[in-house]
Design a protein around this ligand. Structure first.
Ligand code: G3I
Length: 373
């Protein structure tokens, strides 16, 4: 497996060239940059963690500066972190992120204002609708207003839908009624007039859930409230990327006059104990020996499947580059991905373009190569 990167390259870059010669050729060339390669097409981003934006992960920081022009905070702008107590805000991380982004010329997609998950303990079981409404209004007004002009965009509402396209029975739906999504956008539009506003969810490329997302977007638009885009998260399995559904979704969402983004892209290579490609963070399963087959390394055969999947996906993104405004990976390198701990803790997954040593994988070069065709 030592030579797996090289053997992958030979198959598509320069057929017939020896691995040694190819290795020397590649080493002598500067690493291509995703953000440069796709600069006329769409923004290219990564989810970042505290270590990274505090500058404590120098290898990651090098990759971020070289490869990406936009970042999404993986966790620190979520409600439980930014407002851990009633009217007690903790802005230090988000402020550091803003400074890091300014220094490195990165746009920030802020994630996320209204989400049923990762809520602060004080409001998770609130019974009184007036209290929930006060939390809802205050949270949006305070957080969105503070970062207006400092972040580029907000995932205003995250994951409000069930798989069948109905609204998720969250505390917001229960206490505020179905209009809470329109209200979230209305409040954010007022508090953050200079910030783009998005709806973000997983599996909304699937027909039923997509119909639910379209209904949400239309309800916001028909209320005369601004929505600038929709984020298809893109947590897919490398063996099963739903290309046709993705293409159909790009067409249907852009027909509504909004931007389409791929906001949390990763193509995992491990099987989950169920088949439905969920990204629900509350779905958990027990660890089983045979569920972690690549702990010692990623076989070439699987790496090839993943590379092809990324290549096909980016060809599709390029075909619709008038409609697709951003592609963000959910992490910088394989070792930092949430998929190593979900839905089973302690597995070894390989979902991103950079390996655990920050080396570009075959998939990285395949993605870059889509631009040359
Ligand atoms: O920071 C604590 C640490 O102090 C503690 O010791 C440790 C013990 O488990 O937990 C740490 O917090 C974890 C946090 O990530 C930071 O690493 C939480 O347990 C863990 O649940 C949390 O997971 C995040 C998850 O959202 C839930 O918020 C993942 O990193 C993050 O990648 C994931 O991202 C979501 C998007 O926001 C929405 N779409 C799906 C996507 C994947 O689930």
């Amino acid at each position: 497996m030592a030579n797996r990167r090289l053997s992958g390259f030979t198959s598509f870059l320069i057929p017939g060239i020896s691995s040694l010669l190819l290795f020397q050729t590649l080493k002598s060339q500067p690493l291509p940059s995703l953000k440069e390669t796709f600069k006329s097409n769409f923004l290219i981003g990564a989810a970042v963690n505290v270590q990274q934006f505090e500058g404590k992960d120098s290898a990651a920081n090098r990759v971020i500066a070289q490869q990406f022009n936009t970042v999404t905070p993986e966790n620190i702008m979520k409600a439980e972190i930014i407002q851990p107590g009633w009217n007690v805000y903790r802005f230090d991380y988000a402020d550091e992120l803003v400074a890091y982004a300014q220094k490195n010329n990165l746009k920030i997609n802020a994630h996320t204002l209204i989400w049923h998950s990762q809520l602060p303990a004080f409001m998770q079981h609130m019974q009184d609708p007036d209290s929930v409404r006060k939390y809802f209004v205050d949270h949006i007004n305070t957080v969105a207003h503070r970062y207006d002009g400092k972040v580029f965009s907000w995932d205003v509402v995250n994951e409000a839908l069930n798989e069948d396209g109905t609204l998720r029975n969250s505390i917001f739906l229960q206490k505020l009624g179905p209009n809470y999504i329109v209200e979230a956008f209305r409040l954010t539009q007022k508090a953050a007039p200079n910030t783009k506003l998005y709806y973000n969810d997983y599996n909304i490329e699937q027909p039923k859930k997509r119909a639910g997302a379209i209904a949400i977007i239309k309800s916001i638009q028909s209320a005369g409230v601004r929505i600038d885009g929709v984020g298809i998260q893109g947590h897919w399995n490398a063996r099963n990327v739903p290309l046709q559904d993705i293409e159909e979704s790009i067409k249907e969402f852009s027909a509504l006059g909004i931007e389409v983004m791929f906001t949390e892209l990763d193509l995992g290579v491990l099987k989950n104990p169920w088949d439905n490609n969920t990204a629900d963070v509350n779905a958990k399963a027990d660890s089983k020996e045979n569920m972690n087959p690549y702990a010692g390394g990623l076989p070439d055969s699987v790496q090839n499947i993943q590379s092809k999947a990324y290549e096909d996906l980016f060809k599709l993104f390029l075909k619709y580059d008038k409609n697709v405004s951003r592609v963000t990976f959910w992490g910088v390198n394989d070792g930092q991905s949430w998929l190593n701990n979900w839905p089973i803790r302690g597995r070894t997954n390989y979902p991103l373009l950079f390996d655990r040593h920050f080396q570009p994988k075959e998939a990285f070069y395949k993605v870059i190569s889509t631009k040359a065709e």
